[in-house]
Ligand binder design. Structure first.
Ligand code: 9MJ
Length: 677
C-alpha cells in the first residue's frame, strides 16, 4: 500500500472512531487502539510532510457536536493534551521544554501533577461570581451548551464563595462518574431491562447529554477543576497550582492528589505512586497530567496546533484492549451451574495476559450479542476478573452464529435446566455429572447424610482424581486393599474406612433422600418427603400436584424433585445403591404406631424459634407421631413457646397446659435421639 493510501486509511479510521466517541458517546474501540492509530498517523505525517492536509485528525481535535443542544463557541480554545507512554517520552518532553526556555539540565522545571480523570471536559463561565453558562469541550473550538445540566451537579458552585475572583471567570475541569455510582446505575438499568453503560466515562457523557436536566440530576456526577480559561479583572496567582488553590477557595473541588514536583524525576516518581493507587481510587483515571507550574514559563512555551507545549498526559497501560473470540464454551461449576466462557486470542490487558473471560450467564451473552469470531473489547481493571465489555460490531466477520444455550450438559449430557426468573442454567445430572461429582460425594458422605466416618473432603477428591470413584454406589465397592495403597492410608485406617462405609448402609429414608443432593431439598424437606410418602418408590413417581401436598414443598422444589428423578442416570445410581450395594432403611410405616412417643398427642408451636425453623420443629413433632395444631384448646397436650409468644401462651397457662421454651424443646428432642440440623 502506498504511503498516501496508508495515511488516508488511518485518517478514515480515526474519523470514524472520533465520531463514535465524541458525537455518539459510543466508542467503537478502546482508547489504547485509538491512541495507537493516532501515533501511527502522526509518525507517517512527520516523515512525509508533503501529505499533511488541514483536515487530518492530527490537525484538529474532536468531531462536530450534535445539533440537539445549542452550540457555543469557546472564547479561548479548549486545549487537549499530548500523550507520553514511557519514561523516555517524558524525558523528551522535559528536554524540549529546557531547549525552548534555554535552560540546561541542571535547572529543573517545577511541574504541577494531577491524576488524569477519565470523564468529560467542561467549561463553566461565571460573571460576577454567578454561574451563567456550562459547555462541553466539543471539538475544542465549539462545544454544546449544557448549562441546565451542569447546574444539577452538586460539586459545581452556582455562586462563587470568598472574594477576589475575576468578574468574568471561566473554570475548566472534568465531570466524571465515580466507580460506585457507575455500578449502581448499571445495576438499576439492567434490572429494568435497559442497556448498561460500557464504562464510567461513557456513563458520564450519556448523563450530560440529556435534554431533560431531571435525568442528569438523577445521575451521580462529580466535577474536579484543573484550569482556567477567560479571567478578566481580579488577581490571579502566578503559578498553576496556586491558581487551583484560589479556585478551591472560590468553591471548586480539586483533586486531592494534586502535587508540585521538581524535574522529570519528580514526575516519574509521582507517576509510580499514583499507578499504585489507581485501583483503590473511587473514580477512574487513565494517567497523570504534568503542567509547567510557572505561568511565565507556560507563556514562553506556547502551543502547537492542538496542545500546549507546557503540559503532557503520561498514560497508564491500557485497561481495555481488543481481541478476538475463538470460541464460546460452556463450563460446569461445582453446583452444576453451566457458565458460558469466551476463549480468546490471548491479549495483554491491565498488566496480565488474558485468554478467557467469563460471560456469566445467557442473559449476558444475549445482552452483548457476542459470537465466536467476534472482535471484542476486554477490560481488566485492578484485580477484577476480565470482562467482555462490548462487541465491535463493525469488525464482525460474515456468517457468525448466534450462541444457543446447551440443552445437555457438556460434561455428562444430562438435561440443562433453567428455571423461570433464574439467570443461571444448571446441569440436572447431579450425582452423575463428573464436574459435580466431588461436591456431591462430599455431601453424600457428610454427617447429616450417610454419615460415613473418616471419609473426608480430601480423601474424596483424591479418590475421584485417581479415577477410583465415580458414583456414591462406587463407595461401597472400595476394598481395603485398594484403599491402603493411597497416600497416608495405613491398613488400619483402610479397615476402619471400609467398616464405616459398610455401617452407613443401614440408614434412614430421610438421610438417604437428603444424601442424594437434590437441589433445594435440605434435611427438613427430605424428612417431610419421607414422612409424607413413607417409601422411596411413591416419591420417585410422584406428580407435581402430589409433591405440592407436602409441607414445605413449593413449585420450585417440586420441579427440582421431578427433574432429578426424571434423569435415568440418577435412577441408575439409586438402584446401584439399593439393589447392589445394599443400602437399606426401616420402612417408616413399619414402626408400630404405639411405639411413637407422641402418638395421639396434639402440640402447638408459638413465638419465634431461634435455633430451628417452625417447619423443622413441626417435622420433628410429626416424626414422633404428634399432631401439630394451629390453636390452643383444652385438647392441646403441650405448647412450645419461643420469644414473642402472645395469646396462645397465655391461654395455655390459663388452661393449665404444659409449656416449654425452645431450650426445653431441644432437650426433649435430644432425649428422643433427634439432633438439630
Ligand atoms: C484531566 N482529564 O484530569 C487536563 N485533566 O489540561 C487534567 N485534563 C487538561 N488537566 C489542559 N487534570 C487540557 C486538559
Amino acid at each position: 500500500m502506498s504511503i498516501e493510501l496508508q495515511i488516508q486509511n488511518l485518517r478514515d479510521q480515526l474519523n470514524h472512531h472520533n465520531y463514535q466517541y465524541y458525537v455518539l458517546d459510543d466508542p467503537s474501540v478502546p482508547d489504547a487502539e485509538y491512541d495507537r492509530l493516532f501515533q501511527q498517523l502522526k509518525a507517517l505525517e512527520r516523515d512525509n510532510p508533503e501529505f499533511v492536509t488541514k483536515d487530518s485528525p492530527t490537525q484538529r481535535v474532536g468531531a462536530q457536536p450534535l445539533s440537539a443542544f445549542s452550540q457555543i463557541k469557546h472564547e479561548m480554545p479548549m486545549l487537549s493534551l499530548d500523550n507520553a507512554f514511557s519514561a523516555e517520552d517524558m524525558q523528551e518532553f522535559n528536554r524540549r521544554i529546557l531547549d525552548r526556555l534555554q535552560l540546561d539540565g541542571a535547572d529543573s522545571i517545577e511541574f504541577a501533577c494531577e491524576p488524569k480523570l477519565d470523564g468529560i471536559a467542561v467549561s463553566l463561565l461565571y460573571e460576577e461570581g454567578v454561574l451563567i453558562r456550562g459547555a462541553t469541550r466539543g471539538d475544542g473550538t465549539t462545544g454544546e451548551d449544557i448549562t441546565l445540566n451542569v447546574r444539577t451537579i452538586p460539586t459545581i458552585p452556582l455562586k462563587l464563595s470568598g472574594s477576589g475572583y475575576p468578574h468574568r471567570l471561566e473554570v475548566r475541569g472534568e465531570i466524571y462518574m465515580p466507580k460506585s455510582g457507575f455500578e449502581a446505575i448499571n445495576k438499576k438499568a439492567l434490572s429494568q431491562g435497559l442497556k448498561a453503560f460500557v464504562n464510567p466515562r461513557n456513563a458520564a457523557a450519556g448523563s450530560l447529554r440529556q435534554l431533560d436536566p431531571k435525568i442528569t440530576a438523577s445521575r451521580p456526577l462529580e466535577m474536579c477543576s484543573y484550569s482556567i480559561g477567560i479571567a478578566e479583572g481580579g488577581d490571579l496567582a502566578e503559578k498553576h497550582a496556586e491558581i487551583l488553590k484560589q479556585l478551591q477557595g472560590w468553591g471548586f473541588r480539586l483533586n486531592p492528589l494534586l502535587e508540585v514536583v521538581s524535574g522529570v524525576k519528580g514526575c516519574l516518581d509521582y507517576y509510580e505512586r499514583v499507578s499504585e493507587l489507581r485501583n483503590q481510587l473511587p473514580y477512574e483515571i487513565d494517567g497523570v497530567v504534568f503542567k509547567v507550574n510557572q505561568l511565565g514559563q507556560q507563556e514562553k512555551l506556547g502551543f502547537v496546533s492542538r496542545a500546549p507545549r507546557w503540559a503532557i498526559a503520561h498514560k497508564f497501560p491500557a485497561q481495555e484492549e481488543m481481541t478476538t473470540v475463538k470460541t464460546i464454551e460452556f463450563q460446569v461449576g461445582r453446583t452444576g451451574a453451566v457458565t458460558p466462557v469466551a476463549r480468546l486470542v490471548p491479549v495483554f490487558v491491565g498488566g496480565v495476559t488474558v485468554s478467557n473471560a467469563t460471560l456469566h450467564n445467557m442473559d449476558e451473552v444475549e445482552r452483548l450479542d457476542v459470537r465466536a469470531g467476534d472482535t471484542v473489547v476486554i477490560r481488566r481493571a485492578g484485580d477484577v476478573i476480565p470482562q467482555v465489555v462490548k462487541v465491535v460490531l463493525e469488525r464482525r466477520p460474515e456468517k457468525t452464529v448466534v450462541v444457543e444455550p446447551p440443552e445437555q450438559c457438556p460434561v455428562c449430557q444430562s438435561k440443562v435446566e433453567r428455571l423461570e426468573g433464574e439467570a443461571v442454567a444448571r446441569c440436572s445430572g447431579g450425582l452423575y455429572c463428573a464436574a459435580q461429582r466431588k461436591e456431591a460425594l462430599k455431601h453424600f458422605a457428610s454427617r447429616k447424610a450417610m454419615d460415613i466416618d473418616g471419609l473426608g473432603d480430601k480423601l474424596i477428591e483424591m479418590l475421584v482424581d485417581l479415577d477410583m470413584l465415580h458414583t456414591p454406589a462406587g463407595l461401597y465397592q472400595l476394598t481395603r486393599e485398594e484403599l491402603s495403597k493411597l497416600e497416608r492410608m495405613g491398613p488400619k485406617s483402610a479397615d476402619n474406612l471400609v467398616n464405616a462405609i459398610n455401617d452407613s448402609k443401614a440408614t434412614e429414608l430421610p438421610r438417604f433422600l437428603y444424601a442424594l443432593g437434590i437441589r433445594e431439598v435440605g434435611e427438613a424437606t427430605a424428612r417431610a418427603l419421607a414422612m409424607h410418602f413413607g417409601e422411596l418408590d411413591p416419591l420417585m413417581e410422584a406428580s407435581e400436584e402430589q409433591l405440592l401436598e407436602v409441607q414445605d414443598v413449593g413449585p420450585i422444589v417440586a420441579k427440582h424433585i421431578i427433574n432429578f428423578f426424571d434423569q435415568s442416570h440418577n435412577k441408575e445410581v439409586i438402584s446401584a445403591l439399593i439393589d447392589q450395594a445394599g443400602v437399606h432403611w426401616q420402612p417408616i410405616e413399619s414402626k408400630a404406631q404405639d411405639q411413637l412417643i407422641l402418638q395421639g398427642k396434639t402440640w402447638v408451636l408459638t413465638g419465634k424459634l431461634e435455633q430451628m425453623g417452625r417447619s423443622e420443629a413441626k417435622n420433628h413433632l410429626l416424626q414422633l407421631g404428634a399432631k401439630v395444631a394451629g390453636s390452643v384448646s383444652a385438647k392441646t397436650d403441650c405448647v412450645v413457646a419461643g420469644p414473642g409468644a402472645g395469646s396462645k401462651l397465655s391461654k395455655a397457662t390459663e388452661l393449665g397446659i404444659p409449656t416449654m421454651d425452645e431450650e426445653g424443646f431441644i432437650a426433649f428432642l435430644n432425649e428422643q435421639g433427634i439432633e438439630l440440623e
